[in-house]
Every structure is written in C-alpha cells, then in structure tokens.
Write a protein that binds this ligand. Structure first.
Ligand code: ZN
Length: 312
C-alpha cells in the first residue's frame, strides 16, 4: 500500500505542473441576482439561483442561525431552518452581501397543478423553455396517436421533471364506446406514450373527464380530473386564459388548459409571470395529490379534482 505521503507528494507535483488546479488569482467576483429569495422545504436550489459569476472555491456562507458552509454550485441552501433568516455571502477578497431568505415548509406551500391536455403539439418546446425559466413543473396529458410526432418535446418533458400522463390513444369518450374498446384505448395510449417517453405514465385523464370505476381501477394509475376549467379551447383569447388561470390559482387547485393553442401558450406565460412572482408553486399532479402524505396507491380508482389541506 502506498503511504499518505506518496499521495500528498503526487498532489503537490500535479499542482506544480498544472497551476490551473490552484484557486485562481483571477477569481471571479460574484454578482447577486436576488437579494430576497423564497425557498421551499425539500427542494434543491443551486447557488446560481442567487448569485452569478461566482468562484465557489472562494466563497463562504453564513446564515443567521450560525451555520457556516462553503457553497457548491449545486445546492448550498439546503439545511436552512423553516422561517426567515439572513444569509451572508462573502468571498476571500472581502466582498460581502446579505441575502434575506424565507424558508417555507412543505405544508405551507401554495401549490397549484397546471395540467396541459391534448398534446403534444407544435408549442411544446416554447412552453418547456418558459417552464424551465420559471422552475415550474406541470403535467402533460398526451394523446397516444400524437406522441410519435414530437419525440424531442416528450423527451424534454421527462428530462426536465414534468409529469407524463396518458389522455388515451384517440381521445374517444370512454363511456360512449364498448368496454373492451375503451380499455384498449387506454392501454394503447399509455403504451404509445411510454415507448416515446421511455418512462411509465404515472397518471391518466379520460377524455371529457368521463370514465367508469372499472376503467379507473384498470388504469392502474391515479385518474386526475380538474376543478378549474379555463375553457381556453372555446374563446381562444390569451388575456382571458391568463385571467382564468390567475383567478383559478387557489391553493390545491388543478387547472385544465390545452397546450395546442397559441393563445393558451401566451395566456399561460402572462398568468405565471404574475403567480410565480407572488410565490405560487406550480407542481406536478402527483406532487399535489400526495402533499399530505397520501400514498399513490390510495388515489387509484378515485376521481381526483383537487387537493386542499388545512393550513396552520
Ligand atoms: Zn382532451
């Protein structure tokens, strides 16, 4: 076995040969992006959520509950206590800033599930860019016969943490066709989506919200309906879509929109610009429906419209 000294000498030699491994003399001074931030219990926040251009090797964090840490790019705000605190950021060059951080407990998060039906369509990429910029997670209820047309969009949905739901194969009203046909529509839809997405669907939504109890159980995943219907398909006006989303964004609500209309895409952006700034957290259907600790298995077979919980 080689001694510790051997490795120390090796490391020193490496630094002499490659001085780039040493903390740089030209360390970049950081810039504060947000001096007041809200973070939610159980979520990871990378440091570049609050600062940019930072040299993380040079930085220190001190929170008002006296914990000290050297931040990393990937998640320095973990471990803060629930409530308000001040985090002091400093670097070795003497730059120093104070950031007000509000840590919100899981039970107190104002959560809303935005659900997008009838896609994927030609606006999916634009929506995904927008959701990414806002750290918003949504649920896509997709039509099995359309997923093959937009494989890149579907892959991004998966990679970026959105929930993949089935809206059946051909959007037939399942209570108006024979039971074996209905079950085939459900099965084929889920299979087509899973083939493109590479992951199993975790929720489903029957077209027009119509399903029998047998179908809901056979689906094997929760049947997610909605309690806020924006009727976006009817009037196709972005201002009205925005208004319906804003007015419908009460805690625990499930909002229905259709991703295939340009006016809906514009309405979503207008509404979420405001709601995200107000602290509303957009989460997937499963995150919302299990927020009180209900296991997913218990949700199967039920008609799920929303998830309200009593707040302190
Ligand atoms: Zn639909």
């Amino acid at each position: 076995m080689r001694s510790k000294l051997f490795y120390m000498l090796l490391a020193t030699a490496a630094l002499l040969i490659c001085p780039g491994l040493l903390p740089s003399e030209e360390a970049r001074a950081y810039t504060v992006k947000n001096s007041k931030v809200t973070i939610y219990e159980g979520e990871t926040y990378p440091m570049d959520f609050i600062v940019s251009d930072a040299d993380y090797m040079e930085m220190r964090l001190l929170s008002s509950d006296r914990t000290v840490s050297t931040p990393t790019k990937d998640g320095a705000l973990l471990g803060l206590k629930i409530g308000d605190c001040v985090v002091t950021i400093s670097d070795r060059k003497g730059k120093r800033d104070e950031i007000e951080v509000k840590v919100v407990s899981k039970a107190d998060i104002h959560m809303v599930a935005l659900t997008l039906d009838d896609g994927p369509g030609s606006h999916a990429m634009e929506l995904l860019d927008y959701f990414d910029s806002r750290n918003v997670k949504v649920t896509f209820f997709m039509i099995g016969s359309d997923v093959g047309k937009y494989p890149k969009s579907v892959q991004r949905m998966v990679d970026e943490g959105h929930e993949i739901g089935s809206h059946t194969m051909n959007h037939k009203q399942l209570t108006a066709v024979k039971e074996d046909r209905a079950l085939a529509e459900m099965e084929e839809g889920a299979k087509a989506i899973e083939e493109v997405a590479g992951v199993p669907v975790t929720v489903w939504r029957p077209p027009y919200g119509d399903s029998t109890e047998e179908q809901r159980i056979a689906a094997g995943v929760p049947t997610v309906l909605w309690n806020i219907d924006t009727l976006d398909w009817k009037y196709k006006k972005s201002d009205r879509v925005a208004k319906e989303i804003i007015n419908g964004a009460g805690d625990g609500n499930i909002i229905l929109v259709h991703e295939i209309y340009k006016t809906t895409v514009e309405g979503i952006k207008k509404a979420l610009d405001k709601l995200c700034a107000d602290g509303v957290r957009f989460v997937t259907s499963t995150t919302l429906l299990t927020r009180d600790g209900t296991p997913v298995e218990e949700l199967i077979g039920q008609k799920l419209f929303s998830k309200k919980i009593k707040k302190k």
